[in-house]
Design a protein around this ligand. Structure first.
Ligand SMILES: [Zn+2]
Length: 411
């Protein structure tokens, strides 16, 4: 049910975005027609609450909860909160704290600390009432038990795999302490898409066997591994991310060894998501990978609508540093293992397979099949073993670092 609400929110935001596009001034809050209210008598326990915000024009927004302490977060695109104080909202005293303001360019945020765990029951945006102009955003939240307190992430997963809410998988909780970290390995290409080819050897086959070797090393090191493909079958790029999400993976590693004209690329490199990458070779590689999906009749451009895209960008800004952190650990461990890397070992590219908003993702180009030295490495069992071991050590170091950062950010 809760998933449906988030979905509903998303749909409600659509007409608002269209309207938003026609106006230039930012929405402002009308405090005289806004209030926080609670239902029933105060018996010292959390009560159902209604937050009503009258704003000068409708805007897209999303709602979710965070814990420690429990709080409601509403991200608006965009409200100019300057000149209004959250302290002045009627009913403000019903909650321990209320803040709002500009969050990042294009986004404003309202954070309401709650007297306990809550769930969202309704979220409505409709024409303002009581003679006010603009729109009324009305959120109704109700107290729930701790086990029903759903924090962060569900809003995002609902944006994934639209329009089938039943197919939505809850986001993976960040692994902590004794739970093994789960790594999704993604051997590139497969099926009717062999990837780069040298003689009878295809990138698809080579990556499948490297993924198996890496799986064995990671498993022995105590990690759980899931693979996006186990055989020579064609898996669309979006499907690879969805599989990782369904498996609740903590980290996604796509494995490739592509071809570029000789002399253009040599050495191992690691890519993170960057749609603005201006590196010509990276752009060419990313395009080539998407083309196979296009040929298979899957139009990547059509899968994100505008609102989903901005929300995913927002989420990705939080996940991206974690992907970058993994790339850095990998480079340092590969260096220590004496693995030759590209002169710029960490780069950005718009590889669709790296688009996950919530799972740190990297694409490892183990080398280029078009480069004689790289080709020799890729066929050398010793080189492959050293590379796999270095990557596995990087996973371990990253996992520790990531857990430590997560603990810090919860404080
Ligand atoms: Zn490839």
């Amino acid at each position: 049910m809760r998933r449906l609400w988030v979905l509903l929110l998303f749909l409600l935001a659509l007409p608002a975005l269209a309207e938003d596009g026609q106006r230039s001034a930012l929405a402002t809050v009308d405090l005289a027609h806004s209030a926080l209210s609670a239902e029933g008598r105060d018996r010292g326990r959390p009560r159902p609450m209604d937050l009503r915000l009258t704003i000068s024009q409708p805007v897209p927004y999303r709602v979710y909860f965070l814990d420690g302490p429990p709080r409601l977060v509403v991200d608006f695109r965009e409200i100019d909160f300057s000149g209004t104080r959250a302290e002045d909202l009627p009913g403000r005293e019903l909650v321990p704290a209320l803040r709002w303001g500009r969050f990042r360019p294009g986004w404003s945020r309202l954070v309401m600390e709650l007297p306990g765990p809550y769930a969202l029951r309704t979220a409505i945006q409709r024409p303002a009432e009581g003679g006010a102009r603009g729109a009324l955003v009305q959120l109704r939240i109700e107290p729930v038990g701790q086990k029903d307190f759903v924090t962060r992430g569900n809003a995002l997963s609902a944006l994934w795999d639209l329009p089938a809410p039943a197919a939505v998988t809850p986001l993976p909780p960040r692994r902590t302490g004794d739970k093994p970290l789960r790594v999704a390995l993604d051997p590139g290409h497969g099926g009717h898409d062999p990837g780069a080819q040298v003689g009878a050897i295809s990138e698809a086959a080579l990556m499948l066997s490297f993924a198996r070797e890496l799986t064995e090393i990671l498993t022995r090191a105590g990690f759980e591994v899931v693979a996006t493909r186990q055989d020579d079958s064609f898996i669309p790029l979006e499907r690879r991310m969805t599989l990782a999400r369904a498996a609740q993976a903590d980290l996604f590693i796509s494995l490739h060894a592509d071809a570029l004209p000789a002399g253009e690329a040599a050495g191992l490199s690691i890519y993170t998501w960057n749609p603005q990458a201006d590196d010509r070779a990276s752009r060419e590689l990313a395009m080539r990978h998407d083309r196979t999906d296009l040929l298979a009749g899957l139009d990547l451009a059509g899968t994100d609508d505008q609102v989903a895209a901005v929300l995913m960008d927002l989420a990705r800004t939080e996940t991206h540093p974690r992907s970058e952190a993994f790339a850095k650990f990998a480079v340092s461990e590969l260096n220590r293992a004496g693995i030759a890397m590209h002169r710029r070992p960490v780069r950005g590219a718009a590889f669709s397979v790296l688009k996950s908003p919530d799972i740190p993702s990297v694409l490892v180009e183990l080398g280029f099949l078009t480069d004689a030295g790289d080709r020799a490495n890729l066929f050398d069992p010793d080189w492959r073993a050293r590379t796999a071991q270095a990557l596995a050590r990087a996973v371990g170091l990253w996992a520790q670092d990531d857990a430590a950062r997560a603990a810090l950010s919860r404080q």
